[in-house]
Design a protein around this ligand. Structure first.
Ligand code: NAD
Length: 274
């Protein structure tokens, strides 16, 4: 028997409203890749009412991404940004603030991978991976923190990886795994230090997501193998999509996750959990 005192108003929208991002401005790095996670997060945030700054070294890519958001009725600004370069990051943040106002949400999605056995990795390649995946996220955080701390509010979403939790993956290699484990450390330390300022810091740890990143970092052949292997072994029997990750990023940026910080959210079809 249901309790007659409990009355759910079918017009009650506060739950769904908690997932909206109206009036907020989000800076998303790595948003230039055509099938990429950053671009999809931009679309999701714009659909939820945010204005979005789409940043990438790939200028044509972010222009196209911004065009897609605008065509769907959203507000988007393309930003040329090399996340490893402090000057480029602060210049992009300055354009963002001029066009869209203060940064309420930062998503660090810029990242690269390479499939190279550990004994063949040279210092240059090691530094390249760590530079973009770790230093890049750190620099972007540093650039937006003073404003977030002053306003005592902010959301930071990091892209880690299952590779950072399990010592690499079928396609992850040692430098990539190390960089994604470092992202977890940064994310959780930031959660501790920034919580008192009303800023949350959470990460998503995707499994294999069909964006082309694996083909770009090694070969189409390896990407095809990984896709088949994930589809055969993950409990949910398929590779992830950029939308799977964007939905998690929407949750973490929204008021629905107001009391969640320091979380590393597995979005991997069940291929790994802890
Ligand atoms: N796709 C996957 O299977 C997967 C799995 C786990 C984690 N991730 C992580 O998710 C994030 C997004 O991955 P994706 O699959 O969308 O990759 P992607 O290659 O499609 O997109 C990454 C984007 O980062 C940009 N970028 C690279 N270096 C940059 C720099 N110095 N400054 C600014 N932008 C730069 C690239 O130009 C590209 O547009 C990455 O951090 C990746 O490591 C992806």
């Amino acid at each position: 028997m249901s309790d007659p005192k409990v009355k759910i108003d079918p017009t009650e929208s506060s739950y769904l409203d908690a997932f909206r991002l109206d009036g907020q401005a989000a800076l998303i790095t790595g948003a230039g890749s055509e099938r990429g996670i950053g671009r999809e997060i931009g679309l999701a945030y714009a659909a939820a009412g945010a204005s979005v700054g789409l940043a990438d070294v790939d200028e044509d890519g972010v222009r196209a991404a911004a065009q897609t958001v605008r065509a769907a009725g959203g507000k988007a600004v393309p930003l040329r940004m090399d996340a490893t370069d402090p000057g480029s990051v602060s210049a992009a943040v300055a354009v963002f603030e001029r066009e869209l106002g203060p940064v309420d949400i930062l998503v660090n999605s810029a990242g690269i991978s390479r499939s190279t056995p550990i004994w063949e990795i040279g210092l240059e390649e090691f530094d390249l991976i760590m530079g973009i995946n770790v230093r890049g996220g750190f620099l972007c955080l540093k650039a937006v923190l003073p404003g977030m701390m002053r306003r005592r509010r902010g959301r930071v979403v990091w892209l880690s990886s299952v590779a950072g939790k399990q010592g690499g993956g079928i396609f992850g290699t040692s430098h990539y795994a190390a960089s994604k484990a470092a992202v977890i450390g940064l994310c959780q330390a930031a959660a501790r230090e920034l919580g008192p300022y009303g800023i949350t810091s959470n990460a998503i740890a995707p499994g294999f997501v069909d964006t082309g990143i694996v083909a770009r970092s090694s070969s189409q052949e390896l990407e095809d193998q990984v896709r088949v292997s994930v589809a055969g072994s993950a409990p949910l029997r398929r590779a992830g999509t950029a939308k799977d990750i964007a939905c998690a990023a929407l949750y973490l940026a929204s008021d629905a996750a107001a009391y969640v910080t320091g979380e590393i959210l597995d979005v991997n079809g069940g291929s790994y959990f802890d």
